[in-house]
Design a protein. Structure first.
Length: 462
């Protein structure tokens, strides 16, 4: 294999070779003109020395420039981004200034220095941005109330935020680089992330939700664990549910007990008076009616809690809508259905019951508005079915009174209707959520009335 010759040495040889023809021609001319050998020798020595001087000057000049650029690139590679190359014509006082202007001339070396300086400026800006982002992420990680810990492939903790350290009652220095077996958190890494876990940490016990993910740092795989205490959240939601239930039950029970108490006191005075027998019967009838109301309330609560699991099959949404519409032949509907069939997986009987409840509510709401004008007029209800990405959406729209209290829409036994039970919407939402869907109600905005929207995952026709 031929030995490689350095570029600066090649340039040195080229300068020498470029001067040899002129040097030889000059000596021949001097001899032809009759110069003495001593004179020719003197001129040859002077001219040869000059050529050697120029060759060495070019060699040193080029070597200096290349070594300077090499040192500059080596500094950038090693992370020192403060060094800059000085462009030709740049004043000495501006040396190191990063705001370099692109050279206008055709100086290739100046262009190279400019590009290296631009690279250093870009890397410095990126380093500053990365450092600021890391500081921000570090502050966020340390201040969130979710415990966060990262474990490397060997099982040692490489990252732990303040919330995680509080679970152990120690500082970060006491947690980092410790093995998961030593911290006794190995089951957290192996548990089912979809199920909350009851766990006892040295400084806290509770019910925790575990989220796991993976990332790579410096080429090494790591596992990230997010540990959130859901006991407090569940307790808060449970308390809110109990408060809503107690508020509604108290309202309904008081509405029944108040007249029962009042009528019972009146009946005591009527027992021995024959002329008050009819009054006695009437009061007993009211007591019986209110007692039946309480029985229905308890049965309704039991009905909400005992909805069976759906027996799912493929359901054609268009047939589902049309089957419900056919139950109301005397009413008017405006159907907006696509030509192509839409399919969902569900229990057809339960889904029909949901749509019946929504249609019935729409008619009753519409009837309240029309009661003063024409109580025998049948309202028109809009039903729309459409495909929205991976979901099928069914909307029931009315022109009724709208929603006055959206916070209590799905609270069991809450109703604004005189003969309502208050379990229709609660049961309907429970059915839809059992189908992995959503049920929502909202006012129509610029129009009067309400829109009930059922959203279910769509499936392909098999």
């Amino acid at each position: 294999m031929a030995k490689h010759t350095a570029f600066d040495k090649q340039l040195f040889r080229l300068v020498l070779l470029a001067g040899v023809p002129a040097y030889s021609l000059l000596l021949v001319c001097l001899a032809f003109l009759g110069w003495s050998p001593a004179a020719i020798t003197l001129v040859g020595l002077l001219l040869g020395g000059k050529i050697l001087f120029l060759a060495f000057y070019c060699f040193n000049k080029v070597s200096f420039q290349f070594r300077t650029l090499s040192n500059l690139l080596e500094a950038i590679t090693n992370g020192d981004l403060s060094m800059r190359g000085r462009l030709s014509g740049t004043p000495k006082k501006n040396r190191g200034n990063s705001e370099n202007q692109k050279p206008d001339n055709q100086d290739a070396l100046a262009e190279l220095i400019f590009q290296i300086n631009t690279l250093a400026d870009t890397l410095m800006a990126q380093r500053l941005e990365t450092r600021e982002s890391q500081l921000l992420v570090g502050k966020v990680i340390n201040n969130i109330d979710i415990a966060l810990v990262a474990v490397n492939e060997s099982g040692k903790v490489t990252l732990a935020n303040q919330a995680f350290c509080l679970l152990f009652g120690g500082e970060q220095e006491q947690i980092l680089n410790r093995h998961v077996n030593e911290l006794q958190i190995t089951p957290l890494i192996e548990c089912d992330p979809n199920q909350p876990l009851d766990w006892h940490f040295p400084n806290k016990s509770g019910r925790f939700s575990i989220y796991r993910d993976h990332f790579i740092e410096e080429g090494q795989p790591h596992q990230l664990l997010l540990i959130k205490d859901v006991k407090a959240l569940l307790r808060s939601e449970e308390n809110q549910a109990w408060q809503k239930l107690i508020r509604v039950l108290s309202h309904e029970i008081n509405n029944s007990l108040a007249p029962i108490s009042s009528l019972s006191a009146s009946l005591t005075a009527y027992v021995d008076r024959p002329d008050k027998s009819q009054k006695l019967k009437d009061n007993l009838g009211v007591i019986h009616q209110r007692a039946d109301g309480l029985i229905k309330l308890v049965k309704g609560y039991k009905q909400v809690k005992q909805i069976p699991n759906p027996d799912k099959t493929q359901v054609n949404v268009l047939d589902w809508v049309n089957s419900v519409v056919s139950l109301y032949p005397d009413y008017s509907f405006e159907l907006q259905l696509p030509e192509q069939a839409l399919w969902v997986m569900g229990d057809s009987s339960q889904l029909e019951q949901v749509l019946i409840n929504l249609v019935k509510n729409a008619f009753e709401s519409h009837a309240i508005v029309n009661a003063s004008s024409d109580p025998h007029q049948h309202p028109s209800i809009e039903i729309e079915a459409l495909n929205d990405k991976d979901n099928v959406v069914v909307k029931v729209k009315d022109l009724g009174t709208g929603i006055s209290n959206p916070d209590n829409l799905f609270v069991p036994f809450y109703t604004t209707k005189q003969s309502g039970s208050g379990i229709g919407l609660a049961t309907s939402r429970q059915i839809i959520e059992a189908h992995h869907g959503e049920l929502s109600l909202s006012n129509r905005g610029k129009f009067s009335g309400c829109v009930a929207e059922i959203r279910l995952p769509s499936v392909a026709d098999s």
